[in-house]
Design a binder for this molecule. Structure first.
Ligand code: GDP
Ligand code: MN
Length: 387
């Protein structure tokens, strides 16, 4: 779950990092009154879940009301690499003496949190990593011991932070690590972490991703997931208590049980297809659940064909078939479905489907056969559809 810059900064501020006071707005008028209230100069910033906003013209300094109005008007509605700006963050502009970089993420291969710090901030960190990797200090944190002040000071010193702000940088690193652990974040990044002429250390930007599965431990962060920062179909699925993950392909996959769905994704991939989602209807899926699942799958326009893979245990195949028939009556899907029913009451289930003679439903006996069929059908759909 990715947070917008201003939401991330509010989270950082709760853990003691210094940020500029500001306001989130959605109209030019509100941006202007926020700017007047905050006091000039201000910086007007596009709130979208993508970096490089500055380069794209989505971050502008305004010295007075006229400039604030002009920038707010230009940035609202701006398309930044496919992200349309609907929200602005207006904050009091900072004076910058130096721009540093700091982040914490999980290094999966080392199985440890990784803290990265550099005095070459402000620019894209990938560029620093490529051109002058020695400028990045990478420090694995012992997850049980946590980050000590001594370590934080050593990191700041090794990276070459100005001597008079070593303690200030260490404070920021300690706070950043605290955000990462206590908020169950998967990534926290500050770029730039600035030093002002008054030698204050301050977060000017924030990129924060929270672990959605840990959100139940943070009721105060729950509201953050209601915003623009979640896939609308994933949100709907969550509300309905269905496990749904959006993927990038064009084949809708539905199964009952996470294990079966995962293997279905694998066989689809092996047959040369690309799954559009992971949808687990769960155990004991009744007709209503199946109907919901079909709706969720078809809510994604990218889906060209659907693979329905049910292995009946507690879930009864005749129930699933009834759900599918009910769903088709209501939804009338325009894409083909391949259905494999196996396990409890599979004979009845298949018979029900056959009798219903649903248009564009193709029965398959095995998982591999089903995968090959659905991949072929999706390919035909892609060729046949306009655009
Ligand atoms: P990004 O381009 O999406 O990473 O957006 P940032 O929030 O990092 O802003 C981009 C750049 O704008 C920063 O690296 C700064 O150089 C500049 N900038 C942002 N806020 C301020 C500010 O308050 N004062 C000044 N002088 N520059 C700012
Ligand atoms: Mn930035």
């Amino acid at each position: 779950m990715d947070l917008l810059e201003y939401q991330g900064k509010q989270l950082l501020a709760r853990h003691g990092l210094t940020v500029s006071p500001g306001k989130a707005v959605t109209t030019v008028e509100d941006a202007v009154s926020a700017a007047n209230e905050i006091g000039y100069p201000v910086v007007v910033k596009a709130q979208v879940l993508i970096g490089g906003r500055g380069k794209a013209g989505g971050v502008k300094l305004a010295a007075d009301e006229a400039e604030a109005r002009e920038h707010a008007g230009n940035i609202l509605g701006m398309d930044i690499r496919g992200h349309i700006v609907g929200t602005l963050w207006v904050e009091h502009a900072s004076e910058i003496a130096s721009e540093y970089y700091a982040s914490v993420l999980l290094d999966r291969s080392a199985k440890q949190p990784l803290l990265i710090f550099s005095v070459e901030g402000g620019v894209e960190i990938e560029q620093v990593a490529k051109e002058s990797p020695e400028k990045l200090v990478r420090h694995h944190v012992d997850a049980l011991e946590g980050l000590s002040r001594k370590e934080a000071v050593a990191i700041a010193t090794a990276a070459g932070a100005d001597a008079d702000v070593i303690q200030g940088v260490a404070d920021a690193l300690l706070a950043l690590y605290e955000v990462w652990t206590e908020e169950d974040a998967t990534l926290v990044e500050i770029n730039p972490l600035i030093v002002t002429p008054a030698r204050e250390v301050k977060a000017l930007d924030a990129k924060v991703s929270l672990d959605g599965n840990a959100l139940f431990r943070h009721p105060e962060n729950q509201a953050l997931s209601d915003g623009e920062n979640e896939d609308p179909i994933e949100r709907l699925a969550k509300e309905q208590g269905v496990q749904y993950v959006k993927l990038d392909g064009d084949i809708g996959v539905l199964g009952n049980g996470a294990g079966l769905v995962m293997s279905t994704l694998d066989v689809v991939a092996r047959a040369g297809g690309a799954p559009a989602n992971f949808l687990d209807a769960g155990g004991g899926s009744d007709a209503e659940k199946i109907k919901q699942a079909v709706r969720l799958i078809l809510a994604n326009d990218a889906v060209k064909a659907v693979l329905f893979n049910i292995f009946g245990g507690i879930t009864r195949c005749d129930e699933v078939a009834r759900g599918l028939i009910a769903a088709f009556e209501e939804i009338k899907p325009s894409v083909p479905f391949v259905v494999r029913l196996d396990g409890t009451n599979d004979v009845e289930g298949r018979k029900l489907l056959q009798e219903a003679a649903l248009p564009n439903v193709h029965p398959a006996r095995t998982m591999n056969e089903a995968a090959e069929m659905v991949v072929a059908l999706a390919a035909v759909q892609s060729v046949g559809s306009p655009g």
